[in-house]
Design a protein around this ligand. Sequence first.
Ligand code: FAD
Length: 443
Amino acid sequence: PTSVMWFRRDLRLADHPALRAAVDAGPDGVVPLFVLDPHLFDAAGTPRQAYLAGSLADLSERVGGMHVTHGDPVDEVVRVARQAEASTVHVSGDRGPYGSARDERVTRRLAEHDIELVRTGSPYAVAPGRVTKDDGSGFKVFSPFYRAWLEHGWRDPAPAVRDVPWFSPGGRTHRLPEVSSDADLPTPGEASARARWRDFLDEDVADYGEERDRPDHDRTSRMSVHLKWGEIHPRTMLADLGRSAGAEAYRRELGFREFYADVLHQRPDSAWDYYDHRFAAMDYDEPGDDLEAWKAGRTGIPIVDAGMRQLLGEGWMHNRVRMIVASFLVKDLHVEWQHGARHFAEHLVDFDLASNQHGWQWVAGCGTDAAPYFRVFNPMTQGKKFDPDGTYVRRWVPELADVPVKHVHEPWEMDDPPADYPAPIVDHAEERREALRRYEALR
Ligand code: FAD
């Protein structure tokens, strides 16, 4: 018998239970398949498309040529499975809103031809929906979820599958997409993911707890993009983490990734709607020039502009700065969070529906475990605290390169501010009052 290994967000060979299952079911041959689904691919901006193309190219080389097709997976998977005379198609489970509906449709169409879609594992240590309260319902707050998640535990990493009988069923195959991006992207692929992870373990994990909030030091793991595409499984990472305080802090962040996936699974509508429905009635401004200034990194608020320019420059932004720019959009510019989330979706290489939408909703005050709405980030105070010398700001906003430390987060306080850097588009103190006024009106 033969089988099909349909790769999606699991572009690796190590610690891959679905691949193990595909080999067990297909001793006479396993087709490595990737379907470029226009619904997903066309919606991704060029940084993400370019990264995916690179990661696919890397994996393709290691499987003796990936069978790539383009179109609706329902048609493509069925066609390839029949061509290969496979009796099973193997995937890593996907419990996201689009993925689970797609997999249901594929399952039904395959069944018409007596072919089974077999889901094994997921991109998480614990699949969304598995960690529940005693009454079987899902968690709405992170800390109790995290305790239950640790208690639930996960399997040890599976050994790498060797000697896979890869084969190609022939027929139409699409060329790998050729996309280039202006952003300065990390090297894609499983080997690159492992190398980055080893470097982080050697150099930075010990101090992670103290350093993770410092965009100027830039010592977070940058594993998000590798996790996004499954070039490494979080189980592998969890097994490598020791017991140091830094490792504990890091485990907690991986827990956040799992929590948000679980919440999205509980509430698929929260992908684009308010998790806390009350906030839909809030008074927001129609986005206009302010939103464009925010996107371009020309708001006149240094830490905000540095973050937005890092997003365009690298397809990535430091977590602390993601919170600052998101708060600024929602609470200083009074723009609904979805506009910001969409811009992030277009530019982030690590864009993940669950982490992004719930990261935004948390900052906007309408999400899970919400920071109280009235806690409005002050971007100048944040800048001084987490980028005290302005190193991060200067890296991304060259207009401020020569501004003394004292004024780097408030250049408008200078007698002679740099002429080529914009004046602030809003007054933070005033907009903070305005945000609170609108919140009171909602209550
Ligand atoms: P590290 O600090 O090294 O963290 C390690 C890993 O833990 C990350 O790779 C990530 O998988 C996970 N993690 C860390 N913080 C969070 C968090 N707050 N929520 C969920 N997982 C976390 N993360 C994404 O992966 N994709 C997104 O689209 C995304 N959008 C975000 C939008 C906003 C508004 C905010 C506030 C956060 C968002 N995050 C997102 C979470 C976080 O900013 C990134 O995961 C992190 O910056 C990635 O860099 P890193 O790998 O160096 O992180």
